[in-house]
Ligand binder design. Structure first.
Ligand SMILES: C[S@@+](CC[C@H](N)C(=O)[O-])C[C@H]1O[C@@H](n2cnc3c(N)ncnc32)[C@H](O)[C@@H]1O
Length: 282
């Protein structure tokens, strides 16, 4: 089964969009969309960490790889195109239905966001050499079978002195305890985790210099536990209205994925890291 089926076979875009229209007639906020457009461990808090890096480097031409339903690109566009200066944002994703949903959600969110959204495989990017000065992966390298090949392609489309930002799941010290399904894979063959050491070596061989590492598995675990308690809270009066939830994207399997994430983080089969690297040569 292709990875696009893992992500889109269980979602019902029409129901989700009409629910969003009904619940948020003025348009949903970034926080209201988070359960279905921040499909990574750490939610908006994790994306804010990437924004801090972007504030430091101030890129002009960003490529986000594996953008999902578009939460990060809306955050970036919202923050940078108003507070700093206009930047060009391009996103790619292999799951075409995510890109279509991304466009529809963006329409509901704001008419002012202009982003190029492209369906393609990150291992064959349809862009000219030196097209970008920043590339971001947020929980998408974890699905890519050949990291070295993918980074070679990134390097081709990156300009000299560009930045690569990664917010990724890394294989921890106890991979044998890994439980499936997880949000990025229903079975082990869809998950392509590397140890930090393996990833660092591939980055170096691919011409990247590692400038900054941030290991925040503990925060990630605390975040997932808080989310689980919110998702399981059945006592609120709003319970009669179907809540916006990751199950609308990943299906009922999400109810197994969430506890598995907690078990995998607690048991050391996965870790969450944010890395920032510079490309030294063109
Ligand atoms: C776990 S989701 C994360 C989505 C988004 N970055 C987020 O954090 O909400 C992984 C995304 O990577 C995309 N993806 C997986 N393999 C890909 C590939 N080879 N090329 C492009 N996108 C890919 C998937 O379709 C999916 O949207």
């Amino acid at each position: 089964m292709g990875i696009d089926h893992h992500y889109s076979d269980h979602m019902n875009e029409e129901t989700l969009l009409s629910q969003l229209r009904e619940r948020y007639p003025e348009g949903p906020t970034i926080y209201q969309l988070a359960p279905i457009d921040q499909l990574h461990i750490g939610g908006i808090k994790a994306s804010e960490k990437l924004l801090l890096q972007l504030e430091k480097i101030q890129p002009k031409r960003i490529l986000e790889i594996g953008s999902g339903t578009g939460g990060l690109m809306r955050l970036i566009s919202n923050r940078f195109n108003t507070e700093i200066s206009a930047i060009e944002i391009t996103t790619v994703d292999i799951t075409h239905r995510f890109n279509t949903l991304n466009r529809s959600i963006t329409e509901l969110f704001s008419k002012d966001i202009s982003v190029r959204i492209v369906t393609c495989d990150a291992q064959q990017l349809p862009f000219a050499d030196n097209s970008f000065d920043c590339i971001i992966f947020q929980h998408s390298l974890l699905n890519i079978p050949d990291t070295e090949d993918c980074l070679r392609e990134c390097r081709r489309v990156m300009d000299t002195n560009s930045t690569l930002l990664l917010h990724e799941v890394i294989q921890g010290p106890n991979p044998e305890q890994m439980r499936y399904p997880v949000p990025w894979a229903r079975t082990a063959d869809q998950s392509h985790l590397l140890t930090l050491r393996e990833l660092t070596e591939i980055l170096e061989v691919s011409g990247f210099t590692l400038d900054n590492t941030d290991h925040w598995s503990e925060e990630a675990l605390a975040w997932r536990k808080r989310q689980t308690s919110k998702e399981n809270n059945t006592d609120t009066p709003t319970k009669k209205i179907t809540p916006i939830s990751p199950t609308q994207i990943l299906g009922d399997d999400f109810n197994k994925m969430a506890p598995n994430l907690i078990a995998n983080l607690s048991g050391g089969s996965i870790e969450v890291w944010q890395l920032s690297c510079t490309l030294q040569t063109a």
